[in-house]
Design a protein around this ligand. Sequence first.
Ligand code: SAH
Length: 266
Amino acid sequence: MTGKAYLVGSGPGGLGLLTMRAREVIDGADVVLYDQLPGEEVLSTLPEGAELIDCGKYGGNHTLEQHEIEALMVERVREGKTVVRLKGGDPFLFGRGGEEIEVLREHGIQVEVVPGVTSAIAVPEMVGIPVTHRRYASQVTFITGHEDPTKPESALDWGVLARLKGTLVILMGVKNLLAIAAALTEHGKDPQTPVAIIERGLRPDQRVTVGTLADIAKKARTVGVRPPAVIVIGGVVNLYDEGSVPGGTRASREGREDAKNKAGDR
Ligand code: SAH
């Protein structure tokens, strides 16, 4: 008997953005390896009969290393189990899903990938910020902020990134925000470029901090910004809608505003 592995994206948080295929695959799992990024709402619906492995807290408080997660997946599939590796957002965007599928294939394991709604687009979207817009941005670049831009071995070319005209979306960038903003402005990006930080997008305690490249790091420190957060840099940030609430759409809010204004006119 041989098992099967699934690399599953949970979406950015909340059951509403979990795909039907993800739900189906999760519900049929013998083993689910997860971390905290999918969020409480999704994690509270993992199948009770399955072996649930919290990769952040395995056997007490030990955080599983990447190679240990991969080894566990291989082991369980070899035992004939249906194994789900559940990841926040989409499994192939900065989620190490690419590495995991390589390892599984090396072991000759059958793998299915279930795409998810990525936080890189959905989290800004839910506060009214489109990552592209005909007037503001005809391109968008997704960047990992995990790397310290001041380190010479950085895989990112900040000179090139600073010259790009479109939107920059940075994931995992909270810790290095000051260095990232400095690297971009040092390489010539306008310090007045708008920046938005959306923390815990689509969660009840979502918070948005808006500024410019020049002042965002200071603002973030003042309010105590913490991961997970998506950082958006570019003109599209001007479309940020303060009144947005998870689950609400701009159009429906505008409808309400119109109704309110009309009522006021009378
Ligand atoms: N594969 C994921 C990204 C993994 S990297 C995806 O497609 O969304 C982890 C980073 O994703 C976090 O550091 C943060 O930058 C971002 N992130 C994921 N979910 C988020 C959420 N609900 N709110 C804000 N940021 C989120």
